[in-house]
Write a new protein. Structure first.
Length: 197
């Protein structure tokens, strides 16, 4: 795999300045979360760095790239082009950056939807993307506080907002997102010693 320095130069040329700064912030945050919760900090930094490497491509270009690489998209993914960049990013990391680490590839692949029973690294990247230093949405401080207390608690908080927002807009909720929410809720309740009912 290319070094982080090489990856920085590659993504700098592919992203807007704002998205590039976001990627650096997510990488730094992911490393912090990895150290806190026992994930590999170097893998976390790399995955955070490259997670949005395809974000600024036109969705038609992203779709073409996925088709060229024989990636099959579900009906949910086809109906939500905003999800393309994460899937594209995992393919790009493997094909263009030489990444063979499955943990990094799945962390990039699922950083937008999440999924049921995410790995520790997947959770770290998913949450770091929500709370990078430049994020300033209402409630980000609450998210940051929860993130450094419990990744599952932060996932529940973040996905509660996301799912409600999608439902209000009458948009599809990806089954992986529902799976991520349910799994994180179960884990959070177990951590707190609460009943699932």
């Amino acid at each position: 795999m290319k070094t982080n320095s090489e990856c920085i130069e590659i993504i700098r040329g592919r992203l807007t300045e704002q998205r590039f700064i976001h990627s650096l912030n997510v990488a730094d945050c992911a490393k912090e979360l990895a150290i806190k919760f026992g994930a590999d900090p170097e893998k976390a930094y790399t995955a955070g760095l490259i997670h949005d490497s395809c974000k600024n491509l036109e969705t038609s270009v992203q779709l073409q790239y996925l088709l060229e690489n024989k990636v099959e998209l579900s009906e949910y993914e086809l109906a939500a082009p905003k999800l393309f960049h994460a899937i594209c990013g995992a393919v790009f990391a493997e094909k263009e950056l030489g990444c063979t680490d499955e943990e990094i590839l799945t962390a990039v692949r699922y950083h937008t939807t999440g999924r049921s029973n995410m790995t520790l690294l997947e959770k770290v990247i998913f949450i770091a993307d929500f709370i990078g230093k430049e994020r300033n949405y209402d409630g980000v401080e609450i998210m940051r506080e929860k993130a450094f207390r419990s990744l599952d608690e932060a996932i529940v908080e973040g996905l509660s907002f996301t799912i409600i927002d999608l439902i209000k807009k009458e948009r599809l909720v990806h089954p992986d997102t529902m799976g991520a929410y349910n799994a994180a809720l179960v884990n959070m309740k177990k951590e707190k010693g609460e009943n699932l009912i």
